[in-house]
Design a protein around this ligand. Structure first.
Ligand code: IMP
Ligand code: MG
Length: 222
């Protein structure tokens, strides 16, 4: 992990060249080692993705299906720039455990909208090993949508285990564990307005402190 990031790039049509590392805002300087994608770069790229999606789905019955919780900021910014009719629903999938690897996947919220015969845009925060999307896509396909396209803000191709690619990618990043703009480490740092990397001691500290029980115990339905 945490190798150089000279290969940070945006999938076509544009490349993002990080000529100089952006400064970490003062508020976060004790925890965040570096900014990988700035607020401005996020805003620009998200608008570009929205325009592309708008063109591709014009005239279709679009249902946006977003995976909780990491997509919260990306989704809100993306949707406000997509000016075609759409419906929105969420699927909750989480991997148990607070670390940086996906563990066993559990559905925490099921889809409620009917997607049969409709065009689905599945939105996730980051495509890493691909295990999450490989778990969700067959569930969605079983609901017989007309087609499914996948949109992710970040893509870490070097970590891929499953044979899966996204149709829309904000930024390709190297093998860093990143936080911010919705992405968390042990449920923290989702509120950073940029994408960044924490100092190693912060990852270690939180891992130690955690918190086997920072999630509520699931209650059985009656
Ligand atoms: P995958 O199943 O390995 O593709 O990982 C997908 C999920 O793992 C994402 O939706 C995130 O919730 C989480 N994840 C993977 N990499 C990162 C990261 O660098 N930062 C924060 N969350 C990550
Ligand atoms: Mg996620």
């Amino acid at each position: 992990m945490n190798r150089g990031f000279s290969n940070l790039k945006v999938k076509s049509p544009k490349k993002l060249l990080l000529s100089s590392a952006a400064e970490v805002p003062a508020r976060w300087r004790r925890e965040v080692e570096r900014v990988i994608v700035t607020e401005q770069q996020l805003a620009k790229r998200v608008r570009e993705l929205a325009r592309q999606i708008e063109r591709d789905f014009r005239g279709r019955e679009l249902v946006v299906v977003s995976l909780l919780n990491g997509t919260v900021m990306f989704l809100a910014d993306l949707l406000r720039h997509i000016a075609i009719p759409l419906r929105l629903d969420f699927i909750g999938v989480t991997s148990y455990g607070p670390g940086t690897e996906s563990g066993e996947l559990v559905v925490t919220k099921e889809l409620r909208l009917d997607v049969r015969g409709r065009d689905v845009l599945l939105v996730d925060d980051i495509l890493d090993t691909g295990k999450t999307l490989s778990y969700v896509l067959p569930m969605l396909r079983a609901l017989k949508p007309r087609r499914i396209r996948v949109c992710v803000l970040l893509d870490k191709p070097s970590r891929r285990v499953e044979d899966i690619e996204a149709d829309y990618v904000g930024f390709q990043i190297p093998d860093y564990f990143v936080v911010g703009y919705g992405l968390d480490f042990a449920e923290r740092y989702r509120n950073l307005p940029f994408i960044g990397v924490l100092y190693p001691h912060i990852y270690k500290k939180i891992c130690k402190a955690v918190v086997a029980n920072h999630f509520r115990k699931p209650r059985r339905a009656r």
